[in-house]
Design a protein around this ligand. Structure first.
Ligand code: ACO
Length: 402
């Protein structure tokens, strides 16, 4: 056993905090979470009010600039975003280099990272104008890139953005329109997609946002930082949970099989967790899950598929888990991903697109946090320490003596 005082000095403070459960690495004025009461505020505004009254682009403005826009500011911002919705035509060739059956998240990590190779005029992080253009470019292009990844995976031609549509409507159009056929965006689905985007827009220092900040702390270009965030988001314990959750609901299949899965989740040796349950910060209901649940009921009702078996399994699973001692004692409530998958499936998205949609939505949060960090004069390169548990110093042994 090593003596920590010997390694790090008597006077130095050294904290060992796996998973950073109690270490703040930055100051931030963007998002506030009270996990005990289940409260989420963007720049002070409750998520429930924004989900009801706002739009994703307005929320993007709020997160980026700190205040809700006036009508003129919103019109200008919308115009700046829509100007950048197309991707460089040469990027089409880049897409074609991927295997057709690549997961869209794999394609997005590559394509967003490669944006630095296409947009040289917005990679200098010391130039505020370039930072601003990079931010707008990513907010504008991520839906196009995700939709292209989807179209490529199903073997359909890419669909160019239609800027007269809303941000969410345009994304649906790019995913579901096919040549020579009229595609009219359903206002129900458009509103539901917009709400999904708002609810996922930021969530303070989660794993992917911390990844973006850590990558950015070295001075890396913004496209590289966001690509790092997308890569981190992909994991099933984070953004990948929405895909994993829907796959789990499908596997359960019928209400009578729920007890079997509850028992498996309680058995540590199974290695199985109920996807869509639990959260590092929320030890009460995730406020986003409440809004998402209402949205799921609304969308499925309006589409006339409220008897969807998946929704029935989800509702019954929630009911049983919320009454179960194990889940109650560990404060494991449904999180935002529990219901988002059901809505996305009803919209016609394959499960592989769930996490890319999360990535589109979270882009503004990542960029707002990145901008805040770059503007912070006290910002340092992120460099966590470790608690070394390897061998003591020892001499090299020649190969013939080993
Ligand atoms: N099912 C069963 N048991 C669980 C679950 C779950 N979904 N989540 C946590 N637990 C148990 C753990 O086994 C642990 O038990 P123990 O105290 O007896 O060892 C206890 O609850 C605490 O769990 P931790 O893993 O220590 O909690 P942490 O804060 O590190 O993890 C996490 C949070 C990763 C979200 C976890 O709850 C989980 O894996 N959930 C399922 C995946 C998921 O839905 N992720 C989405 C998160 S939300 C988002 O990214 C938008």
């Amino acid at each position: 056993v090593l003596d920590i005082r010997k390694l790090y000095g008597e006077a130095d403070v050294f904290t060992f905090d796996p998973g950073f459960t109690s270490t703040a690495a930055c100051e931030s004025a963007i998002t506030y979470i009270d996990g005990d009461v289940g409260e989420l505020l963007y720049r002070g505004y409750p998520i429930e009010q924004l989900a009801e009254k706002s739009t994703h682009l307005e929320v993007c403005y709020l997160l980026l600039y700190g205040e809700l826009p006036t009508a003129a500011q919103l019109a200008d911002f919308t115009q700046r975003v829509t100007k950048h919705t197309m991707v460089h035509e040469q990027m089409h060739y880049f897409f074609r280099g991927f295997r057709r059956d690549a997961h869209p998240m794999a394609t997005m990590v590559g394509v967003v990272g490669a944006m630095a190779a296409f947009y040289h005029d917005s990679t200098d992080i010391n130039d505020p104008w370039q930072r601003e253009v990079a931010a707008i470019r990513m907010i504008a292009k991520l839906p196009t890139i995700a939709a292209m990844a989807y179209k490529y995976s199903v073997g359909q031609p890419f669909v160019y953005p239609k800027n007269a549509l809303s941000y969410a409507g345009n994304f649906l159009h790019m995913c579901f329109a096919v040549p020579a056929e009229e595609y009219v965006v359903s206002p129900i689905l458009e509103k539901a997609m917009d709400r999904i985007m708002m609810l996922h827009a930021d969530h303070e220092q989660n794993a992917s946002t911390s990844t973006v900040r850590l990558a950015g702390s070295s001075g890396a270009n913004p496209f590289a930082c966001i690509a790092a965030g997308i890569a981190c988001l992909w994991g099933p314990a984070h953004g990948g949970a929405n895909q994993a959750c829907l796959e789990m609901l499908k596997e359960i299949g019928t209400v009578d099989r729920i007890p079997e899965y509850i028992a498996k989740a309680k058995d540590k040796s199974s290695g199985f967790r109920l996807m869509g349950f639990g959260h590092r910060v929320y030890k009460n209901f995730d406020p986003r899950a409440k809004v998402m649940k209402e949205s799921a009921d609304e969308v499925l009702g309006l589409l006339g598929i409220e008897n969807n078996p998946l929704l029935q399994v989800a509702k019954e699973l929630e009911r049983i888990a919320l009454e179960d001692d194990y889940f109650v004692s560990k404060k494991l409530y449904p999180n935002v991903d529990f219901y988002s998958g059901i809505i996305l499936e009803a919209m016609g998205f394959p499960t592989s697109m769930f996490t890319p949609i999360f990535a589109i939505s979270r882009t503004v949060g990542w960029i707002s946090q990145w901008k805040e960090m770059i503007a912070d004069k006290n910002q340092k390169i992120g460099r966590p320490r470790q608690l070394y548990i390897g061998p003591q110093k020892r001499d090299y042994v020649d190969l013939r003596h080993r």
